[in-house]
Design a protein around this ligand. Structure first.
Ligand code: PEP
Ligand code: MG
Length: 322
């Protein structure tokens, strides 16, 4: 099997009936890029920038960030790189920000909420990203967007920094796609409206599942409710993909679900355009997709959407065999 996977390294990901989807990787540092290329990744679908901010005593400077983003873009040699702006809070803390402890950190002051309040921190990151944009194919993504107002506010800050840089004579790429993570149910439900304003969606199922099921993704006592295959989750995923396509935009997924063997046939059938996963999952996923007919998976997904329980969905997928 490993030999078979190796042969798939340099080829595009295509279903049995000839439909192309993109298999990208999730990374946390520039050092991870080697693994992405080794495993035939067609892009970076999620660069979690939190690690730049962690394990130090103060915020990383614009220069430190610029160098990291530039390195990743250069090493990816023109393949798309989706960089997510800072998603701190929840399970990830930054001691030097001295934020008060919260009762419900996953429902609290985190990610874009923090960036829109601590704008200096946000502006520094955006400037570093914009300056790096000329070294490859950069896409910028905002995490934890719950309302259109948040997206518009974040975009406005980005455009302000872009104008400032251009006025300073700094080169900025003119084709940077701007997207959001869909990981809060309100955003999935209003995806048709978001789709008119964003360039792409990336579905963050790690959080979308916990918020939809009201089951803390870290709490083992409620882990039985953390159900990727629950038809409720599948319907939300479908809403997001359909909304994107209706506006001519693309929809990806960067939660764990995107690399999951049982989920992949369903996601292919639902029309997902980009699957972003850990680098080591890419070749197995490419092999799996090459054996699946997208048209058949559409039928399978339509059935799954009508099931009552996650167990029924799993059984359905298992029934198609390998
Ligand atoms: C997600 O929520 O699915 C996601 C990819 O982001 P993170 O796991 O970093 O919250
Ligand atoms: Mg998330």
């Amino acid at each position: 099997q490993i030999e078979e996977w190796k042969k798939l390294r340099g080829v595009a990901t295509t279903s049995k009936d000839g439909v192309h989807v993109e298999l990208a990787a999730n990374i946390g540092t520039p050092n991870d890029v080697a693994g992405v290329l080794d495993n035939g990744g067609e892009g970076v679908g999620l660069y979690r920038t939190e690690f730049l901010y962690m394990g130090r005593t103060e915020l990383p400077s614009e220069e430190v960030q610029f160098n990291a983003y530039k390195t990743v873009l250069e090493k990816m040699e023109g393949k798309p790189v989706v960089v997510r702006t800072l998603d701190i809070g929840g399970d990830k803390e930054l001691p030097y920000l001295n934020l008060p402890k919260e009762m419900n950190p996953f429902l609290g002051f985190r990610a874009i909420r923090l960036c829109l309040e601590q704008k200096d921190l946000f502006r520094t990151q955006l400037r570093a990203l914009l300056r790096a944009s000329v070294y490859g194919s950069l896409r910028i993504m905002f995490p934890m967007i719950a309302t259109l107002d948040e997206f518009r506010a974040a975009k406005a800050v980005l455009l302000e920094e872009q104008e400032k840089l251009v006025a300073e004579g700094v080169q900025v790429a003119s084709d940077i796609q701007l997207g959001i993570m869909v990981e809060i149910p309100s955003t999935a439900v209003l995806a048709d409206q978001f789709a008119k304003e964003v360039d792409f969606f990336s579905i963050g199922t790690n959080d979308l599942i916990q918020y939809t099921m009201a089951a803390d993704r870290m709490n083992e006592r409620v882990s039985y409710l953390y159900q990727p295959y629950n038809p409720a989750i599948l319907r939300l995923v479908k809403m997001v993909i359909d909304a994107a396509h209706k506006e001519g935009k693309w929809a990806g997924m960067c939660g764990e679900m995107a690399g999951d063997k049982v989920a992949i046939p369903l996601l292919l059938g639902l029309g997902l355009d980009e699957f972003s996963m850990s680098a080591t999952s890419i070749l197995p996923a490419r092999s799996q997709i090459s054996k699946l007919s997208k048209a058949e998976m559409e039928t399978l997904a339509a059935k799954a959407l009508q099931m009552r329980t996650a167990e029924e969905v799993v059984e359905l997928v298992r029934s198609i065999g390998e």
